[in-house]
Design a protein around this ligand. Sequence first.
Ligand code: GLN
Length: 196
Amino acid sequence: MRDIKIGVLGLQGAVREHVAAIEANGAGAVVVKNLEQLKEIDGLIIPGGESTTMRRLIDKYDFMDPLKEFAISGKPMFGTCAGLILLAKSVEGYEEPHIGAMDVHIERNSFGRQKESFEVDLDISGVANGFPSVFIRAPHIVRVGKNVEILAMHNNRIVAAREGQFLGCSFHPELTKDHRFNSYFINMVRKQKDYY
Ligand code: GLN
């Protein structure tokens, strides 16, 4: 198996926790803070945080086109919470998406306010059963395109999905010591890299 490097977009949000989860799974982690680093990595995680703030920083540091190109290149991308909002093809109430890569329609802040944050064990198809999932002002997936596989539901809402190279979830998989979701993404990246 060849060595892989996973980037975590390091402009805002839960960056350190993703790095720790990647390293716990034995892969290399890169905090991506400049455009050159996008060329060194085999897959990219866009963390949770605040999508509007992250978007502002993406624009400020000219990341938008390179992120779109990264998506077009076929390399795996994993959006968690705010990262899923950034990855989606459309967002409720917004005329334009952000990166607009994954064929899902998202609604923001679907599970209440910050103080209503909660943790629940979810069965995530092909990933893990009883996975501790932390929801913090989380979005949900309202609709998916035809090539999107739904991986998990909570309260009749879609909260995790995959479309080929794209993986997304409403919650924060990096905030507990259970690194199985991260491990699933790392395997996606390994398979993709061996393929080329
Ligand atoms: N509510 C945030 C947003 O809309 C997402 C929250 C999170 O990433 N924990 O960007």
